[in-house]
Design a protein around this ligand. Structure first.
Ligand code: FE2
Length: 258
């Protein structure tokens, strides 16, 4: 199972000129790398862990839509293979408890009536019988109390954990959430999640680290990805290619774009 993990895309509307700013050259490079790679190895899932935009503006989502569609084409996957979670910058307003109107409209347009694939069966290449690895994915919203201004006030919501309860026994659980675990306010819920043995991999973003952070949290491994568009020009920009083999072994490759 191969996952392309991108995070913190930050398409940004320049209110003076009306133009949406984004690193075009970097996107072109990403798309051509993915196109090349998908020829040798199929990409099963594209995980996008939030902050598609900078201000939750419609024009920003429109540009994100265009480029994410190009990316899915390059990865040779349908829209249902792309899984999103919302980021604090995707909210409508600058204050906490903002709505996500444009984000939700974006999702509706992106999936065009389809549902994202959140369940996979993985078997060793060439083997038709034997043990299969089941993988299951869910997206947790950590942004109900965050926004542009309250960017680190991440909260996990108990009701969303019902998704985890639906995970099949023994399945390899993958969670997408925007914030890195350290800034989650209700740590007891995070602890419960990573000790549950249901979640094996957590993909997140938000921090814009200088390199892909990979660390253990309870029974899970956290991959805190490099931003595709970091706020600071001198920070590296890139993405992650993640492979989970049929035994559930994980390999994370960091790819720097510039
Ligand atoms: Fe963020």
């Amino acid at each position: 199972m191969n996952i392309l993990h991108i995070t913190d895309l930050h398409f940004t509307l320049d209110k003076q000129s009306g133009a949406v700013l984004f690193p075009k050259k970097r996107w072109k490079k990403l798309i051509s790398l993915v196109e090349l790679r998908s020829k040798d190895e199929p990409i099963d899932m594209i995980a996008v862990t939030g902050d598609l935009t900078s201000h939750g503006e419609e024009a920003e989502f429109e540009k994100a839509f265009k480029y994410l569609k190009r990316l899915t084409k390059a990865a040779k996957v349908g829209c249902e293979r792309v899984v999103f979670c919302r980021g604090n910058h995707d909210a409508d307003g600058e204050m906490a408890h903002s709505e996500f109107t444009h984000y939700e409209a974006f999702l509706k347009k992106f999936y065009a009536g389809r549902e994202p694939v959140l369940f996979w069966k993985h078997q060793k290449k060439g083997k038709k019988s034997g043990k299969k690895l089941l993988l299951q994915c869910c997206c947790l919203n950590t942004c109900t109390e965050t926004s542009l201004l309250f960017f680190d006030h991440a909260v996990l919501i108990r009701e969303e954990f019902e998704q985890l309860e639906k995970f099949k026994e023994g399945a390899y659980g993958i969670v997408l959430m925007h914030h890195q675990p350290e800034v989650i306010q209700n740590q007891e819920l995070f602890e419960e999640m990573v000790n549950s043995k249901k979640v094996r991999l957590i993909l997140c973003g938000h921090l814009h680290p200088t390199e892909t952070r990979i660390f253990r949290a309870g029974n899970a491994i956290v991959v805190n990805g490099i931003a595709l568009s970091p706020h600071l020009k001198w920070l590296p920009a890139g993405f992650q290619m993640i492979r989970i083999n049929s035994e559930g072994k994980l390999r994370v490759k960091e790819i720097i774009l510039e």
